[in-house]
Design a binder for this molecule. Structure first.
Ligand code: TSJ
Length: 638
């Protein structure tokens, strides 16, 4: 027996050592993203207990040292001996790789874990981890350091026999992770999403770090129905109801919630076992198929679509749709480059069947809603047809005239995109200075006139007809939508340069909205930047300093001393700088400050919400959003 134990221990340590040697293989990265995944991994286990029907409370606490505690009120991780390993089941969970959910039989309906790696990976990557379990009146405890068991599972006291649960506290290893600092908002967004996806559960996040104390609870009895309401909060819904379908087929649990709004975007998000699938997969295609089929049947049967009229396309029906598709499946198969696309073919049939049946019933019961959606889809169909004609026209034109670049573009001479940058500059006067200031071989300038079109509020035909947008599309060289080809990108830095004021911030946001909606790959692959012009110029005895924010100004003033020979100029716009100053402060690659625009695909529903809130019609949610994010969007006008 003791021999067996020893052999197992060696195997276990080799397993966890492998995790420490190649953490990226198990949690994706050792950056902030991987650090936050540790928390999701632990919380997923508690969510599984909730899905099994035994837990409805989960508490997450960030401690001052950035250690994390997760508590649930489930049955408690089993403490009995697992005979295969000769160890308490809880110790197997934390010390054997890939043990999560596979022990003990029953219990876990689905295993949510992001990469299915489980608690042992978190343990391996923690300086220390402690687990406490309340089960049948006893409190059990065990501690591990860098994955190594410190003492056999022990009883440390008594507890109320009616109040079982699990508590895990861990400190991520600072020799593994770049920075062990948790971001409250990142955790908050993901925990909110988890609460939406698991109806009835209450998840609380608490930050106890000095100066950052705050707390938030998420509890949605309506689950993904409330998720849709949340995503549509800054838009005008087309009808009051949130359409909801739920069912189980072939051991797949399917939930769909949806509601149209008056915008033109498709905001559909799909999930498998509570994990987002940005590349979709069989569950998404089953949903789309059911949606297109059901609406066309309804429209034909009710003469909203005449016999001689062409069928509505999926895109037409999904215009302005906000939808959540959530499936729970025992053994998900992920495909595609990033393994984020569901492959199980039975999921297609399950979602299709459940949505077709329940949506047909809903439309028959709610003819006014059905009519509103069909009418919007018909309008979308006409606009799409007009847009297609407009686009064909521009396509033919470019084929004839070869690559006719926009007239306003001052292109660079270097033709290697890796060396080239394009500055998108607000206003003709700043554009003029930039053209004079630039380094002609590698820097191109595209001046834009006035405010650009808000693509959140325009249909495709209008967007394609907009001169500023056309100029950007041709200058970048990539095309858009189905024509988009990143290998044709003509500049590897797209730099948005606007005034450091309210209008400038607004124009930047409009440009980013356009890029996000029409060329998201440019942002995902890190080609998009914001130029940061200085806010102040300080002069003293013919020497010049630039400050990019108030605190830099104060720092410079402290260094040079405040006296009457100082001259401080506050820049209101790029136009106030002469070309030389613009070069020195904002365009010279050696001296300028560029901010790369990044996006986290895992968080796409929140990003979407950010854009629709900022660019949408409703003032109240926008004001709330800006107040809540005041540090980031200080300059945005309301
Ligand atoms: F795994 C873990 F450490 F990450 C973790 C697990 C962390 C937290 C906060 C909670 C949990 C957890 C596990 N909560 N509840 C459970 N439940 C079980 O592990 C369990 C209990 C009973 C049975 C059974 O069949 O009787 C089966 C299981 C899987």
């Amino acid at each position: 027996m003791s021999n067996e134990y020893g052999a197992d221990q060696i195997q276990i340590l080799e397993g966890l050592e492998a995790v420490r040697k190649r953490p990226g293989m198990y949690i994706g990265s050792t950056s902030a993203r991987g650090l936050h995944h540790l928390v999701y991994e632990i919380v997923d286990n508690a969510v599984d207990e909730a899905l099994a029907g035994y837990c409805d409370l989960i508490d997450v606490t960030i401690h001052p040292d950035n250690s994390i505690t997760v508590i649930d009120n489930g049955r408690g991780i089993p403490v009995g001996i697992n005979h295969k390993a000769g160890l308490p089941a809880v110790e197997v969970v934390f010390t054997v790789l890939h043990a999560g959910g596979k022990f003990g039989g029953g219990g876990y309906k689905v295993s949510g874990g992001l990469h299915g790696v489980g608690a042992s990976v978190v343990n391996a990557l923690s300086t220390w981890l402690e687990v406490e379990i309340c089960s049948e009146g006893k409190v059990y405890k065990q501690r591990y350091e860098r994955g190594k068991t410190m003492y056999p599972l022990k009883v440390i006291g008594d507890c109320d026999p009616d109040r079982n649960g699990s508590k895990v506290t861990f400190l991520p290893d600072d020799t593994v992770f770049e920075d062990v600092i948790y971001d409250y908002d990142t955790l908050k967004n993901r925990l909110r999403e988890m609460a939406f996806l698991t109806k009835g559960i209450k998840i609380t996040l608490r930050d106890t770090r000095p100066g950052k104390e705050q707390e938030k609870s998420f509890h949605y009895e309506g689950g993904i129905k409330e998720f849709v309401t949340y995503l549509n909060k800054s838009k005008e819904a087309l009808y009051d109801a949130v359409i909801y379908c739920e069912g189980e087929r072939d051991d797949i649990y399917v939930e769909v919630a949806m509601q149209h709004n008056d915008s033109y975007n498709d905001a559909t998000y799909s999930f498998v076992n509570n994990i987002t699938t940005p590349e979709g997969g069989t569950h998404l295609s089953g949903f789309r198929n059911a949606l297109t089929k059901t609406f066309n049947n309804y429209a034909r049967n009710n003469k909203l679509l005449k016999e001689n009229e062409p069928a509505l396309s999926g895109d037409d029906i999904r215009e302005g749709l906000t939808a959540i598709i959530s499936v729970k499946i025992e053994e998900p198969q992920f495909e595609g480059q990033t393994k984020q696309k569901l492959g199980n073919s039975e999921a297609r049939g399950a979602v299709d069947a459940i949505v077709s049946e329940q949506l047909t019933y809903f439309l028959e019961q709610n003819p006014a809603v059905a009519k509103a959606i069909c009418e919007k889809s018909l309008l979308a169909q006409r606009a799409r047809e007009a847009a297609r004609k407009a686009r064909d026209l521009t396509r033919r034109k470019t084929a004839l005239e070869n690559t006719s670049l926009p007239g306003k573009l001052a292109d660079c001479s270097d033709k290697d995109p890796r060396n080239c940058e394009i500055y998108i500059v607000e206003g003709d006067s700043a554009g003029g200075s930039a053209k004079t200031a630039r380094s002609r071989d590698t820097q191109a300038i595209l001046p834009l006139r006035g405010k650009i079109l808000n693509v959140e509020k325009a249909r495709l035909d209008k967007i394609y007809g907009n001169a500023e947008i056309k100029a950007m599309i041709t200058a970048f060289g990539t095309g858009i939508h189905e024509d988009f080809d990143i290998t044709k990108l003509r500049y590897h830095k797209i730099i948005i340069m606007t005034d450091a004021d309210v209008d400038g911030a607004h124009i930047s946001t409009l440009l980013l909205t356009f890029l996000y909606r029409f060329m998201p790959e440019l942002i995902k692959q890190g080609y998009v930047y914001l130029a940061k012009p200085p806010l102040f110029k300080i002069e003293k005895n013919k020497k010049v300093w630039y400050a990019y924010n108030e605190s830099e100004l104060n720092q410079i003033m402290a260094e040079i001393g405040r006296d009457s020979s100082n001259k401080i100029q506050r820049y209101k716009g790029l136009g106030e700088m002469d070309p030389e100053q613009l070069w020195e402060t904002t365009m010279d690659p050696e001296r300028r400050i560029l901010e790369r625009v990044v996006m986290d695909e895992e968080n796409s529903s929140e990003i979407d919400l950010t854009f629709t809130t900022l660019m949408g019609d409703k003032v109240e949610p926008r004001r709330e959003f800006i107040e809540a994010n005041a540090v980031y969007v200080q300059n945005l006008d309301i």
